[in-house]
Write a protein that binds this ligand. Structure first.
Ligand code: SF4
Length: 221
């Protein structure tokens, strides 16, 4: 059997030392992991997508931060990019738990096996479900992301972890009818907390900003 990948192997693209908005109701540090296999038009952090880009922060820096912030932070949120892309995620979560902090995870549900490894260490998950299944590819550029996200949703629901499902409503793809269809499907699956978010143009690629501007003139039917 191979040794589990250690937290020190993580490629960390950024660290927010104090956040009150990454996990509702909690004060957290947020660790941004490099790399994502999707290509959502509205991604406002495209520099985090390339998995070949090296990290800029060592895990040791996070360790030291937590040692200094005992009693001041509720927990750590792992975000990205797509944090489940990295094999060291579960080891990092275990360390955070062992240090006495809670663990939150932001994920688009792209790697069900890694998500399953991470779930036992998660206190809260913010899971992106981006569209009804048939429209996934139009948003993420990867049609198979529909089935992996659905698999992760099932894993999360079966695990009983505290779960918030989030949908950034991409107006270049989704009509109000599509959003209603998604909400009905999530409800039928057993989702109790579904948050809709508006797209923000800032930080997105110029071609997406152009599509948003064109949409203002010619809305979807
Ligand atoms: S899943 Fe998130 S990080 Fe990945 S491309 Fe989409 S918006 Fe960007």
């Amino acid at each position: 059997m191979r040794d589990p990948v250690r937290a020190d192997a993580l490629h960390i693209a950024g660290l927010t030392r104090l956040s009150s908005c990454d996990w509702p109701g909690k004060l957290v540090a947020t660790v941004f992991l490099q790399g994502c296999p999707l290509a959502c038009g509205y991604c406002h952090n495209p520099s985090l997508l390339d998995p070949r880009t090296a990290g800029v922060i060592q895990w040791e820096v996070v360790r030291e931060l937590l040692a200094r912030r005992r009693g001041m932070l509720d927990g750590v949120v792992f975000s990205g990019g797509e944090p489940t892309r990295q094999a060291g995620l579960a080891a990092a979560m275990r360390e955070v738990r062992d240090l006495g902090f809670q663990v939150g995870l932001h994920t688009a549900g792209t790697y069900p096996h890694r998500f399953a490894e991470a779930l036992p260490f998660c206190d809260w998950v913010g899971l992106d479900i981006k569209a009804p299944q048939r429209l996934y590819g139009a948003i993420t550029g990867v049609q198979s992301s529909a089935s992996t996200a659905a698999a992760c949703l099932r894993l999360a629901l079966d695990s009983k972890v505290e779960l918030q499902v989030r949908t950034t409503v991409d107006p270049t793809v989704l009509t109000p009818g599509d959003v209603a269809e998604l909400t009905a499907w999530l409800l039928a699956e057993g989702v109790h907390e579904h948050m809709l978010q508006e797209v923000r143009a800032e930080g997105t690629r110029p071609e997406y900003v152009e599509r948003l501007m064109a949409l203002a003139e010619h809305p979807l039917p």
